[in-house]
Design a protein around this ligand. Structure first.
Ligand code: GLA
Length: 394
């Protein structure tokens, strides 16, 4: 009798653990409010984003998470329960709405007493908050270090960097465990700006993604700086755990069309989470075409989960390669310079890529077949990219 009761319970516990472990088998895709809306995000805007993700075809292209960033938080009551502020009258109803569209919903907090924008963080309320997220139906948490630095790390371990890092790891561990204890599969995204090599310790704390850098800006220099910081990190990424060079700025700020294309291509090459950060209600067709390019998305979402490396650079042209499932190879040639014809002109070396003879591939931005030959000249506009998938590299 005891055994027959125990078995189904054990099976339920095991199955919820298994499903929790299965999130982010490919880099999470979706939308996040911060890069465009920042503190102007509200319930209406999140619903509009969810509607747009569906009507633009983004959902069908793989964008599933609708993530509310900072500034949703209100005050805690006498029992420590955190309430939303008036911009979000009913988080459960909002989650239900997002779910009704076939999408998932994400939220944001900090291990410190305050978030980066000065709203209530989770310090001392980790289990309580995690439970509430699960009750609301939350599927993704971005956990942003912020005030934990001055309020805990620097106060509790002044002049002791190793001690400060231990406090930080423990804080991320605490929330990782609290999320797991809810039994709900929730993507756990660490945001601590790449401090203390999170790629080395975040996966063990249940992290599904960890920021490798400071904040992105909608400027080419920022996009390129963050990309550069991904070189050398490929071995840390894989199904369930990803390097995160920050959310997309495609369609925002000063980026040209070529820069948007290059930004999206390179985020796909480095297996980054693809979280669009633009105003979807005003998305231009050419921006939508970039964000919904299925061939490029397929590079990001490749089941092998192997991140690209910068294979070589020649002057202002960089060549990155990514191994894909089925033995395929993605090659990105990126003109990071400001001249139209970088290095006057650039000639592709197949030998440096370990390839021999003419390679048949597909140019993922024109959609046309392309042949790559050794030493062939490639002309690229400034900050533009040639992205090729070679099905059978030789
Ligand atoms: C930090 C994060 C950003 C964003 C803001 C919100 O700067 O890195 O991505 O979440 O906080 O305040």
């Amino acid at each position: 009798m005891r055994l027959s009761l125990a078995l189904p319970l054990a099976a339920i516990a095991l199955s919820s653990l298994a499903s929790a472990a299965q999130v982010a088998q490919t880099p999470p895709m979706g939308w996040n409010s911060w890069n465009y809306f920042a503190e102007r995000v509200d319930d209406k805007g999140v619903r509009a984003a969810a509607d747009q993700i569906v009507s633009t075809g983004m959902r069908d292209a793989g964008y599933i998470y609708v993530n509310i960033d900072d500034t949703w938080e209100g005050e805690r009551d006498a029992s420590g329960v955190l309430h939303t502020n008036p911009k979000f009258p009913d988080m459960k109803a909002l989650a239900d709405y997002v779910h009704s569209k076939g999408l998932k919903i994400g939220i944001y907090s900090s291990p410190g007493p305050k978030t980066c924008a000065g709203y209530a963080g989770s310090l001392g309320h980790e289990e309580q908050d995690a439970k509430m997220y699960a009750e609301w139906g939350i599927d993704y948490l971005k956990y942003d270090l912020c005030s934990f630095i001055p309020e805990v790390m620097e106060k509790q371990a002044p002049h002791d960097e190793a001690g400060q890092m231990r406090l930080m790891h423990a804080a991320y561990d605490k929330m990782g465990k609290a999320l797991k204890a809810t039994g709900r599969p929730i993507v756990y995204s660490l945001c601590q700006y790449g401090w203390d090599s999170p790629w080395e310790w975040a996966p063990a704390l249940g992290g599904n993604a960890w920021r490798t850098t400071g904040d992105i800006e909608a400027k080419w220099q920022s996009v390129y700086d963050l990309l550069s910081q991904q070189a050398g990190l490929a071995s840390y990424a894989g199904p369930g755990h990803w390097n995160d060079p920050d959310m997309l700025e495609v369609g925002n700020g000063e980026l040209t069309l070529a820069e948007n294309r290059a930004h999206f291509s390179m985020w796909a090459m480095v297996a980054a989470p693809l979280l669009a950060g633009n105003d979807l209600t005003q998305m231009k067709p050419e921006v939508k075409a970039i964000l919904t390019n299925r061939d490029v998305i397929a590079i990001d979402q490749d089941s092998l989960g192997k991140q690209a490396e910068r294979t070589y650079a020649d002057g202002e042209v960089e060549v990155w390669t990514r191994h894909l499932s089925g033995g395929a190879l993605a090659v990105a040639v990126l003109n990071v310079g400001s001249d139209r014809v970088a290095t006057h002109p650039f000639h592709l070396s197949l030998a440096k890529l370990g390839l021999h003879g003419v390679q048949k591939g597909k140019d993922l931005w024109t959609g046309k077949n392309i042949e790559l030959a050794d030493n062939m000249p490639i002309e690229l506009g400034n900050h533009d990219v040639l992205l090729v998938r070679i099905a059978q590299p030789k």
